[in-house]
Design a protein. Sequence first.
Length: 180
Amino acid sequence: MPERHQISDDEFALATELAQATLELFASQPGYYNNTLNTHLRGKLGEIAVSAFFKKSGVPTKDLWRNIDLIAEADIEIGGRARADVKTWDVHHWPNLGRCISVSQFPTLRGKADLVIWCTSETAIRPEMTVSIEGWNTMGDIEQSPKRYTGPPGRRQVFNHQLELVAMRDLDSLLKSQNA
């Protein structure tokens, strides 16, 4: 079952500030996906929601996403046991295009994180919106997932590892692994 987090005004302001900084940092690079303020902001809102989930669950985190100088690191260290990257998708694109990691990005991601936590958000990004934490997967899960070109018809296609919805692990199993 997904865990939902409503973004506060303060969280939205922080996400906007950090998204602008990461957009500027990557402005001259093509990126694996679209490099826009919207995509950076959606990502930061997902990272905030995941941190809030662990805090509420009593699992300590180190929120690396807060420090722009650590952009090449995982987004969150969970309970001193796991490094996680957070991937957040527009809920509209989640069924067909979600749960993807670019095949060319995967080696870098595997080097910095142990797992990926998947989130969705409302299509319209705004203060007080809801972010849903959908589930998670290990790097091994992702590596063994099907590889395919994904993208809207008639637009840029990206060669991705894409997990099926049923291949996602539930959040309870992640919490149990951190409390063991």
